[in-house]
Design a protein around this ligand. Structure first.
Ligand code: HEC
Ligand code: HEC
Ligand code: HEC
Ligand code: HEC
Ligand code: HEC
Ligand code: HEC
Ligand code: HEC
Ligand code: HEC
Ligand code: HEC
Ligand code: HEC
Length: 332
């Protein structure tokens, strides 16, 4: 058994080797006829090992057992309706008979601190693969870098009873992402370090779908909100539109065309220190730009005399820069 996930073992050919599994099933779980077969089939998956029920663990691991009723995973015990392989301690640690018989000999039961990281993922996903986003976890950069369930979650010693996190969220994430902590200390920032917001307001640490903005580039675990939108719109709903006059980059490129998400030395968390330099990245006079494909004429005699400081404050005139229902040029 050492180093082997119990669920990976041979399922075929041994279904009826241990007839009294059915009895145990009946005693502990009140299994009905249909469930018996299933319980038996799966119980025998780990050859020569059997499920014995969580109560048996209490004997020697009373400390863990006595606090387990507070754990969300206790539900499977309380309900009494789950098959043995999905119940209580053995739902994660696998069948405990060999372990019991050997009085806890090393290697007789699954230990999450000893099995390879990827195998931890397999055990947890057996039950937690329902949501697609989490199924995507196998392709996420966390998984690819061996950051798995038990790196972030602690089943028996959680710092937060909810979600069973190993540490409080911000500390957990910033513990590895030190540069991000620094970004949230910049003069203009979202107040994450202050505790008003969480990383998970924008990210899904389990992975992400291909983003629908910015041509699907760089998802960065960025969560998609309702209607495949950027998560920013969960809070900044006034930027959602639809507007009669859209500013194209909002929908096409996304907020990050002009803003940085975490924090910045620039006011309004803009990508550049001065507003007009942000605009001129696109409105640079090229003749195929703008609704009339006439570009932005940035020299006199048009209104835009870039030599004049007046015209450098683009958003002083184009105030509805995220889109307008009243004016083609975003004046109001
Ligand atoms: C007869 C006593 C006994 C029973 C019953 C028992 N254990 Fe253990 N268990 C031990 C001993 C002894 C150890 C090794 C010493 C230690 O680390 O506490 C151990 C270690 C473990 C380990 C770590 C294994 C390793 O290789 O590091 C896990 C996980 C575990 N037990 C889970 C369970 C579960 C789940 C049950 C119920 C199905 C259970 N135990 C029932 C005595 C028992
Ligand atoms: C949801 C999955 C899950 C359930 C249910 C669960 N455990 Fe654990 N157990 C773990 C993980 C993961 C670890 C590794 C330490 C950690 O992350 O907290 C662990 C660690 C342990 C250890 C310490 C040995 C080691 O490898 O560090 C023992 C003993 C143990 N569990 C026994 C139990 C008992 C007894 C129960 C039932 C009361 C139980 N576990 C229920 C997942 C689970
Ligand atoms: C990089 C850290 C990290 C990893 C790796 C991770 N989680 Fe999470 N998980 C979190 C955080 C943070 C939350 C809390 C999200 C919140 O508060 O909204 C969470 C929430 C959850 C929840 C609660 C429901 C939900 O979706 O919010 C479940 C269940 C869960 N994780 C299971 C898992 C499983 C299973 C794995 C491995 C397959 C895993 N997690 C890997 C950080 C992680
Ligand atoms: C046998 C099935 C099963 C296995 C295996 C399992 N879980 Fe769970 N898990 C559940 C159930 C059921 C819940 C309770 C969901 C609810 O509250 O409705 C739960 C809840 C959780 C939660 C808390 C969600 C919340 O909203 O607070 C986390 C975190 C979690 N599991 C992580 C893990 C991790 C990490 C592993 C692997 C070490 C794991 N689970 C293995 C069935 C399982
Ligand atoms: C154990 C260390 C560790 C923890 C804890 C951790 N991460 Fe990561 N994270 C990594 C590594 C390693 C990578 C991949 C390498 C990289 O891009 O820096 C990564 C990548 C990321 C990425 C970039 C994904 C990409 O595609 O570029 C995001 C976003 C992220 N993590 C968010 C989080 C959040 C949110 C949390 C807390 C819930 C968290 N991380 C917790 C280590 C960690
Ligand atoms: C306001 C929303 C928001 C919050 C809150 C947030 N992020 Fe991000 N984060 C983003 C977006 C959007 C990106 C993608 C930027 C891009 O496209 O380059 C990103 C990118 C990242 C990256 C990849 C950066 C890179 O350049 O590779 C990491 C790592 C990361 N975030 C970690 C975190 C952590 C850790 C937290 C919490 C401490 C956090 N983020 C909170 C929105 C957010
Ligand atoms: C959980 C809600 C929430 C989410 C999600 C969110 N924001 Fe914010 N945002 C705020 C709040 C609250 C403020 C006000 C600043 C503060 O915290 O003091 C703010 C401020 C801002 C500001 C103005 C900063 C200033 O100096 O006035 C910009 C720009 C911004 N957010 C852009 C974004 C972008 C881009 C995203 C997506 C990557 C995003 N926000 C996601 C809540 C959110
Ligand atoms: C074309 C560039 C551009 C894009 C794309 C953009 N913004 Fe802005 N945003 C600006 C500028 C410029 C300001 C500063 C306006 C000012 O100072 O009057 C600003 C200001 C803000 C502010 C603070 C002032 C206010 O109006 O509430 C928030 C919040 C904000 N943007 C959120 C967003 C969100 C969310 C998105 C994505 C949906 C987004 N922005 C996309 C250019 C942009
Ligand atoms: C990422 C590229 C990009 C950035 C940055 C950008 N824009 Fe635009 N903007 C566009 C595109 C593309 C259009 C054309 C919209 C269309 O054809 O419907 C447009 C349209 C406009 C219009 C309406 C033009 C017309 O012909 O009616 C105004 C006004 C405008 N932008 C002002 C600004 C200002 C001010 C800034 C800086 C705060 C800015 N833009 C930043 C891409 C950008
Ligand atoms: C003093 C007010 C004012 C300022 C400041 C200003 N504009 Fe304009 N902008 C206008 C007016 C007026 C028009 C309409 C011109 C027309 O109808 O020919 C306009 C039109 C536009 C258009 C539509 C295309 C065009 O050339 O007609 C774009 C794009 C634009 N401005 C971008 C910008 C950018 C980028 C900045 C900052 C570098 C800026 N504006 C600063 C007043 C201003």
């Amino acid at each position: 058994m050492a180093g082997a996930g119990w669920e990976g073992a041979d399922v075929t050919g041994s279904a009826f080797r241990s007839p009294f599994i059915v009895l145990i099933g009946l005693l502990f779980y009140g299994a009905i006829a249909g469930a018996q077969d299933k319980a038996q089939a799966i119980a025998s998956t780990a050859r020569g090992n059997k499920f014995i029920g969580s109560v048996a663990c209490k004997e020697c691991h009373d400390e863990l057992w006595n606090s387990f009723y507070k754990n969300p995973h206790h539900k499977s015990v309380a309900s009494g309706r789950e098959p043995p392989e999905n119940t209580g301690c053995e739902g994660c640690h696998g069948p405990g008979d060999n372990h019991l018989e050997s009085f806890g000999a090393a290697g007789s039961i699954v230990s999450f601190t000893k099995i390879p990281k990827r195998q931890v993922l397999d055990v947890c996903l057996r039950c937690h693969s329902q949501t697609l986003s989490r199924a995507n976890i196998r392709r996420s950069s966390h998984t690819l870098n061996d950051v798995v369930c038990t790196t972030c979650h602690s089943i028996h010693n959680a710092a937060t009873p909810q979600k069973l996190l190993a540490k409080k969220q911000t500390a957990l994430c910033e513990g590895c992402h030190l540069n991000v902590r620094a970004q949230f200390s910049m003069p203009f920032k979202h107040r994450v370090n202050e505790g008003f917001m969480n990383c998970t307001d924008c990210h899904n640490p389990h992975g992400s779908f291909q983003a629908t903005w910015a041509n699907g580039a760089r998802p960065r675990h960025v969560d998609t909100a309702k209607a495949n939108e950027e998560p920013c719109l969960n809070c900044h709903a006034d930027k959602r539109g639809p507007f009669v006059f859209e500013h194209a980059p909002l929908r096409v490129d996304g907020c990050m065309a002009c803003h940085v998400p975490h924090g910045s030395a620039n006011s309004r968390m803009l990508t550049r220190p001065v507003v007009f330099t942000v605009c001129l990245e696109c409105h640079n006079g090229a003749g195929n730009m703008g609704r009339e494909a006439n570009g932005v004429r940035v020299q006199a005699p048009t209104p835009h005399n870039m030599a004049s400081p007046v015209y450098q404050g683009c958003v002083n005139c184009h105030v509805k820069i995220h889109g307008s229902n009243a004016d083609l040029r975003f004046f109001r």
